[in-house]
Design a protein. Structure first.
Length: 329
């Protein structure tokens, strides 16, 4: 063995041993950061903060902090994690946007399927179709008749390009085979305010944003986007769109946890084990139910199934987005 080859071999062995030590000690005394690519106080932020607390104990009591990196439909925060050191200390919690960004954005600075390690799906958040309180339709059948009559005169609001409400609205229009006038807002709160005031006609948004307005009868509710009825008191009497005539209509805002590509396998295993413990934590489940979310109880909590699920979602949403012709640079 030549001296130069021997030095290279020693260096490689030392690096391998170092990586093994890091994985064995992970997370140690260092903080784990979950990047949320949306503003503080929103639905995804609330999920992340509950998850951080639930993962703390199974990670040996480590401090798990939240960093909000909002902007550009979650692409800025997601890109930050894709570029972060692959050591397990910087994670990403993102929603359905992971499956729509590849079609929505023509200049995406990362590849969703290739630049992340998939750790598991956390939850599913149902959505609701709601209307202004002065809308003449009192049930989904009447709403469908009204939409077919008014067509493009109907306007539907959402909280920004690529938001869950925008995507649900696209799917809703596709299912009805109509094209409405879309009205983008900078967040769900101003959109719902305008809906309650009668400025816009319809919205499709998460139960985390709409349940209180439905319960207070400040908006009209026409259906939930899941295949089964919901159990939450404010929503238990609301029919599914599937049972109301839109067969197979099923849109939920799922949240998944990710690490940078190349994170050591031992570290990924520890993070996945902590995630599995978190989604079985009674306190976490109770908090999520309070938000109208359903904690994952299927094999999508496994990394391979998580990635397979996202790949299918990318294909499914790609068709809807392409048909709508709405893209971002």
């Amino acid at each position: 063995m030549t001296p130069s080859f021997r030095i290279a071999a020693i260096a490689l062995a030392a690096a391998t041993a170092s990586l093994g030590a890091v994985a064995q000690d992970f997370p140690g005394s260092k903080n784990v950061t979950i990047v949320v690519p949306f503003s503080a106080g929103g639905p995804t932020d609330r999920v992340a903060r509950d998850l951080a607390e639930a993962m703390r104990k199974p990670l040996g009591g480590a401090t798990v902090v939240i960093e909000n990196v909002a902007g550009a439909g979650s692409t800025i925060g997601s890109a930050k994690v894709a570029r972060a050191p692959a050591d397990g200390y910087t994670l990403l919690l993102n929603h359905i946007g992971m499956s729509t960004m590849p079609s929505l954005y023509r200049k995406l600075p990362f590849n969703v399927l290739n630049d992340f390690e998939f750790l598991g799906i956390v939850n599913d958040v149902p959505m609701t179709v709601i209307g202004r309180p002065t809308l003449e339709a009192n049930n989904f059948g009447e709403l469908r008749t009204w939409i077919n009559k008014e067509k493009e005169k109907v306007n539907i609001g959402h909280s920004g390009l690529g938001s869950a409400g925008h995507l649900c609205g696209l799917m809703f229009q596709s299912a009805l085979n109509v094209q409405m006038t879309t009205v983008p807002y900078k967040g769900a709160a101003p959109a719902i305010t305008d809906l309650m005031g009668g400025t816009i006609d319809l919205m499709c948004d998460q139960t985390t944003n709409t349940s209180s307005q439905i319960e207070a009868k400040k908006v009209k509710a026409y259906g939930v986007t899941t295949l089964e009825k919901l159990k939450a008191p404010a929503l238990k009497d609301l029919a599914t769109l599937d049972s109301s005539g839109l067969k197979g209509f099923n849109v939920t805002v799922w949240h998944g946890l990710y690490a940078p590509k190349g994170t050591p396998a031992d570290v990924l295993a520890k993070l996945n084990t902590a995630l599995k413990a978190a989604v079985k934590d009674p306190d976490f489940i109770k908090k999520q139910e309070g938000l109208g979310a359903v904690v994952v109880a299927d094999n999508r909590v496994e990394p391979a199934e998580h990635k397979k699920f996202v790949a299918k979602e990318i294909e499914s949403w790609g068709k809807v987005i392409k048909a709508a012709g709405q893209f971002a640079d």
